[in-house]
Design a protein around this ligand. Sequence first.
Ligand SMILES: *Cc1c(COP(=O)(O)O)cnc(C)c1O
Length: 697
Amino acid sequence: MQTTQRRGALDRFRLIAALLVTAIHISPLAGIHPDGDFWLTRVLARVAVPFFLMTTGQFALKSAVSARKFLRKTLALYALAILLYLPLGVYGGRFRDLTLGGALRMLVFDGTFYHLWYFPACVTGALIALALLRLPSKAARFAAAGALYLAGLLGDSYWGVAQSVPALKSVYESLFQCFSYTRNGLFMAPLFLLLGREIGAADDLPRRKTCFLGAAIALTAMTAEAFLLRDHGFMRHDSMYLTLPALCACLFAGLWQIPMDPRPRLRAVSAWVYVLHPAVIVAVRALAKRTGLTGILVEDALVHYFAVCALSLLAGGLLSWRPPKPSKTGRAWIELDESALRHNADFLRSKLPKGCALMAVVKADAYGHGAAWAARTLRRSGVNAFCVATVAEGAALRRRGIRGEILILGYTHPDDFPALRFWRLTQAVVDADYARQLSAFGKKLRVHVALDTGMHRLGLDCRDEGRIAQVFQMKGLRIDGMFSHLCVSDADTPAGRAYTRAQAEALLRAADALEARGLQRPRMHLLASDGILNDPEYALDAVRAGVALYGALSDRTCAGLRPVLTLKARVASVRTLKPGQSAGYGLAFTAQRETRIAVITIGYADGVPRALSEGRGRVLLGGAEAPIAGRICMDQLLVDASGAGPVRSGDVATLIGTSGGRSLSVQDWARACGTISNEILSRLGARLPRIEKPMKK
Ligand SMILES: *Cc1c(COP(=O)(O)O)cnc(C)c1O
């Protein structure tokens, strides 16, 4: 089951949780049944905040990128909430006689308004949870988070225990100088964040029924626990119970396994209800006073509660409204296969000698696949160095959180040297003059020295040993490597093979010459995709794999590689031509017999080469190959679907990829247009949304 589909029930329960939090702040049953109110607001409703924390852990702790995004978003929301509640806080005198310590305590732990403690708790808790994730085992993480929770219990509903031990009591009393409650980011949040993450990632959960049965048992136990603690006067506060983690884990695991469509809007509404309900309480009171309805709207707690819930939901609904977003699969799109990308990286690595690193070339938006996606995926499979063509591509990767070495293979204008330095990018030294410019920048720049061993494109002449040595002695450069590029590594002729060997030997000779002059032999790389497959003996310290990573060699196929990209588009309309009727620009297609034409919603502006017009290209549609009819237009193309099964408007055609047992490859396109797959892939348009297919477990 896809994880996105599992979130549906959690999204719905979040709304219930937000309304339970609202109940805590109103005590709707207080006047009717005090014990019932205690149960509702101090027992049942205590599920709400841990539940929020668990849903947070489930998505925010998935990866470093998601954690960073979550922290940024939460801090922004906290700042907004602080501003929103500033007037109420001032009015309520919360900031009177505020010391620096008091302000810090409020900002970091207690929140600037009474329910806002949740936001700093999320941040602190997430930071602690991230630190705990570095522990080697699951058991160690949960032991640490559990210990924090137990310590928190003693300052909360088990206060009676802490109080009976003088040493403990004084420890807690000094802790309470730093925060008012132990139900905070330090003691309570880490455990629930980690539980959410763990359940979200587990694939061996107990069955749904078992989970809900467990939740019912845990709720019964928690009821008994809470009433006992209350009646024995143990409680300082009533947010944390011994049985609470079990209850929340069972409930969460049960809900997680209900297949329901995700409801992102409900997620937003529940967050708004949480943030807004105290303000709504104030608003309802003010309104009641104005209209003289205080007797019913405020003093009847149950009516008050429903009024606050209704208004909060209304406000949350309005604030979470967004204009409808165009869907990703409505017209034409690219699907990306994460497992294929990882497989290809592993396959290429299996060709390399031990200790040789795989650098992933992700220039031109990773050959049309999406550079950030490719880099993120490859980092997870152990790739630590990337190559791009431009400084902007490098900066974009850094902005998306990609760490490791990023080498710019092309020229960077001196105006952009500050950007090189700021984003910690590594620049290729394209010739000796350029080395001087880089060195003169003023601050040390990271570089790899390019050598021209026969391609005559970029690099210092490999025979110019004196000049190469000079570059290696320049003070302004931090030289992390030296490389060259092969220009006939795809050639299978004796002359081609000899040229490749000569290039490799020239690079090695240049390194020897450096050593002979007493300079350190740099880290070296030479091979790109074809080289890795044809000449692995020259793998040296690293290789630069581009097109092979994407499973599409320039002009041939390789059995070990799997294509990563699938290109699809919808059928707009189907029409029938009578014999002799023509279609499209220039009337380039004429029907020989009755012909069914399907109009496909993709054109040359999306990167389909116009050279595939008039039958030179095909699409997979209705279980058959349908040849392209007439001239490809900017945004659409026509295919002859006469040989296909039934085809209707809205159907999906596959342009690159596999469907119904048939496959069309980028290489097929490249051959038909007299080019290489690299060109086709790298031109697939920015107009195509990309959909990431997660790893199959
Ligand atoms: C593009 C490029 C590569 C990657 O080439 P592939 O054939 O796609 O593997 C490697 N090195 C340099 C210098 C490049 O420009």
